[in-house]
Design a protein around this ligand. Structure first.
Ligand code: ADP
Length: 554
């Protein structure tokens, strides 16, 4: 009842939130309130109606209907049965109208209330609205039949008001049905969005990727279980903290915490898009290596709504790569000693006198292949050494000189393959570098140019200054590299199908290492190639600026 009053006072509770009984009572109540008003009007206009049996019976029936609306268990009765009440309401209206139409005018207009209830319930409107219209017609026609005054003229004179009431019923019904259809659609949308939300929640909690959502103010709006785990890994031991700067975040291979401004969270808050940056969270055995990406997202109106951060735990992958490199390093170390022995003894044997030409030729083949194997083992070892081990001491070097040496040392191989090797250098090119590393890069580029070219072609080596760069190019007229392979030519262990098919031996490591060496020198290594025309590899290293001498001030 309290809730019924609350609705009537336009309070917090909405009509559809009431119980079935509440709704029935609230629909009946206005009719009885109107009848109370009729009593009040009668008291002033014509008190004699209070002794009129028709008036008293009409009021009595209306009261019984109100009591029924309270008393019956509408929740348990079939839905729609409550519409018996508005239909019954027409009876007291009819009696009141018949017995008091002269003293109290307009009593038949009370029919507007049950008609609106019938139409507004939305239940079987095609039946209920005509019933209401018919009942209001009977209210005005029946008295004529009882009194014997029913003529086409008298009956026609009464039709206007029932017709208006019927129209009100239709209008109410149309509005109710449209509101109901709209509500159904809203509920359907709500159901769908709830299902989507649950789906999203399940996906986010199932995937093995940490997800953090920041709202437009940069505050954390959502964090899945995996992200919480990663967050815990980054917490300094025994220090629960909310301060982002205190979290233990390192770059791979460094023990210095990443400065706050370089941390992905901070950059993401500033609206930056981050792609797969690798960090280590925490220290010791519990540390996790993660690859973090961050992307801002907009709302439907195109306004920045927040940022999503995704952290993939790549600890196992990184450990596997380290294990592979360690294995390669150990394996190539182990291969070196016996290989050096084989090579040494094969060379010694060649010096023996009295060897048959056939045996000498066999020994030469053995030596060549052992050298080749040695070269491959060197490459694998260099690939396995990363980080600090690979950083060599930088010395002042002349790139032109290194290029000339590479040409000289490859001369015999070029001659053996009947390939013309041209070397042209343009004065000294001072650079700061690791001699072994750079020699290996140049040797690799020249050796590839020779390996992947047919006899009778030309390989050209040039070295020249270009702006602040010392630039070396190795150009061949070989098979060339198809566009698809060109994209991966600097990826470790990648060899083109053409190279594999041609039977040219190789590991697919040389160019990857060469690029790493170039980048370690703050330089670049690039390749352009055209199938059937040839390839050009360009190595750029920063020219060393000699220290400037300034005259001492007098
Ligand atoms: P490897 O030569 O040991 O296979 P590299 O890393 O030096 O390994 O080269 C990778 C691949 O790139 C080669 O297998 C070959 O397919 C291609 N490639 C490299 N240099 C050339 C070149 N000058 N011409 C054509 N293809 C080349």
């Amino acid at each position: 009842m309290e809730k019924v009053l609350d609705v009537m006072m336009l309070g917090q509770v909405r009509f559809h939130e009431l119980s079935m009984r509440g709704r029935v009572v609230l629909s009946q109540l206005p009719f009885n309130v109107m009848l109370l008003l009729v009593c009040a009007i009668a008291a002033i206009a014509d008190a004699s109606v209070f002794t009129d049996p028709g008036f008293l019976i009409g009021q009595g029936i209306a009261l019984v209907i109100l009591i029924l609306s309270f008393a019956l268990p509408w929740d348990r009765l079939p839905y729609g049965l409550f519409l018996v009440l508005p239909i019954l309401d027409f009876v007291p209206i009819g009696i009141l109208h018949y017995s008091n139409a002269d003293s109290l005018r307009g009593l038949n207009l009370l029919a507007v209330l049950p008609i609106m209830w019938l139409a507004g319930s939305g239940f079987r409107p095609r039946i209920m609205v005509p019933i209401g219209g018919l009942a209001s017609l009977l209210i005005v026609w029946v008295p004529h039949f009882i009194d014997g005054t029913a003529t086409p003229r008298t009956l026609a004179a009464e039709v206007l008001i029932p017709f208006m009431l019927f129209s009100i019923g239709i209008g109410t019904s149309v509005m109710t049905l449209s509101a109901m259809a709209q509500q159904e659609r809203v509920e359907e949308l709500l159901r769908r969005s709830e299902t989507r939300e649950r789906l999203l929640d399940t996906v986010l909690e199932t995937v093995d990727v940490g997800v953090l959502v920041l709202d437009e103010e940069g505050q954390s709006a959502f964090m899945n279980a995996k992200q919480r785990q990663l967050y815990v890994a980054a917490l300094p031991e025994g220090v629960p903290t909310d301060r982002e700067e205190a979290l233990l975040v390192f770059r791979e291979g460094s023990e210095d915490p990443v400065p706050p401004d370089e941390r992905v969270l901070r950059r993401a808050k500033a609206g930056e898009t981050v792609e797969h940056e690798v960090f280590r969270l925490g220290r010791g055995a519990e540390a996790r290596t993660v690859s973090i990406s961050a992307r801002p997202f907009d709302d439907a109106a195109g306004k920045r709504a927040g940022t999503v951060l995704a952290s993939a735990d790549v600890t196992d992958v990184v450990a596997a790569v380290h294990a592979r490199d360690k294995f390669l390093a150990a394996m190539s170390h182990e291969f070196r000693t016996p290989l050096t022995n084989i090579l040494g003894y094969a060379e010694l044997l060649q010096d023996e006198e009295g060897l048959s030409p056939a045996a000498r030729s066999d020994l030469q083949i053995m030596t060549r292949n052992a050298r080749h194997l040695n070269h491959m083992v060197d490459g694998i070892l260099a690939a396995a050494l990363t980080g600090d081990e690979a950083a060599a001491i930088r010395l002042p070097l002349d790139l032109s000189e290194l290029v000339r040496q590479a040409g000289d040392s490859s001369g015999p191989e070029a001659a053996g393959r009947a390939i013309m090797l041209n070397v042209s250098t343009d004065g000294p090119l001072p650079v700061l570098g690791d001699r072994t590393g750079l020699v290996r890069v140049l040797d690799n580029l020249v050796s590839n140019a020779l390996k992947y070219s047919a006899s009778g072609t030309t390989v050209t080596l040039t070295a020249a200054a270009e702006g602040r760069w010392a630039v070396c190019t190795v150009r061949d007229q070989g098979f060339g590299i198809v566009a698809e392979d060109l994209k991966r030519v600097f990826t470790r262990f990648q060899r083109s199908d053409a190279a594999v098919r041609s039977g040219v031996p190789g590991t697919g490591l040389g160019l990857a290492l060469a690029k790493e060496v170039a980048e370690r020198h703050d330089g670049e290594l690039e390749c352009t190639s055209e199938v059937g025309v040839g390839s050009v590899f360009t190595l750029r290293l920063p020219l060393r600026v000699p220290p400037t001498w300034s005259a001492p001030k007098r």
